[in-house]
Design a protein around this ligand. Structure first.
Ligand SMILES: [Fe+2]
Ligand SMILES: [Fe+2]
Length: 197
């Protein structure tokens, strides 16, 4: 099948646009996390933003490779979410968007690419879908802990680490201000063990 008349081409363009706006949204969220005092969550969001831009870059390269003459202007139509929200709700909304990409949108795009004879594109979309699954899980865990006010509390003693100075201590609740550097609780790393959903 000729790529330029394929459905795959539109799927790659839509996925590229989606990844760009995911990346932008995470950068906005990272900023609002800092202003709400959650520096560690902000760092996590910056990592997600970096991942999304890497996905966008891969899709862009595939598009340029397959369109043949290296230049095109591809019209697409898709819905993209705009919603006023605080970190508490935007984490949850973001995890739902990631879930849709991971379990519905990208698997469907990958199937179209495979059926139309573009295995390299199908493979890239499937690999991206797997990453979005991990994004969904991380965002969901953070959203749940935040809403339950359990980001920095644990039923058993657990190791807390300051993401600024590295100070660590094993206790049920993280300090309000780090005894070493004085930075606030929002700089404390949420332990990996608490991120299991
Ligand atoms: Fe992505
Ligand atoms: Fe993602």
């Amino acid at each position: 099948m000729d790529f330029n008349s394929s459905k795959t081409k539109e799927c790659v363009a839509r996925a590229f646009a989606g990844e760009c706006q995911d990346g932008a949204r995470y950068q906005f969220m990272a900023k609002s996390a800092v202003s709400e005092g959650f520096s560690f969550i902000s760092d996590q969001l910056k990592i997600l933003a970096k991942n999304e831009m890497a996905h966008a870059s891969r899709l862009y390269s595939l598009m340029v490779k397959y369109i043949g003459n290296g230049k095109d202007n591809v019209p697409i139509e898709a819905g993209y979410p705009f919603e006023k929200s605080e970190l508490k709700t935007s984490l949850k909304i973001a995890s739902e968007i990631e879930d849709n990409e991971a379990t519905s949108l990208y698997p469907a795009f990958a199937k179209i690419a495979k059926d139309e004879g573009f295995p390299e594109i199908a493979e890239a979309l499937s690999l991206i879908a797997k990453v979005e699954e991990t994004h969904r899980d991380k965002l969901k865990a953070l959203a749940n802990l935040y809403r339950a006010n359990k980001l920095y509390k644990n039923p058993e003693k657990i190791m807390w680490t300051c993401s600024n100075c590295g100070h660590c201590e094993t206790k049920k609740e993280a300090w309000q201000n780090c005894p070493l550097c004085g930075y606030g609780q929002g700089y404390v790393e949420v332990p990996q063990a608490k991120m299991q959903i």
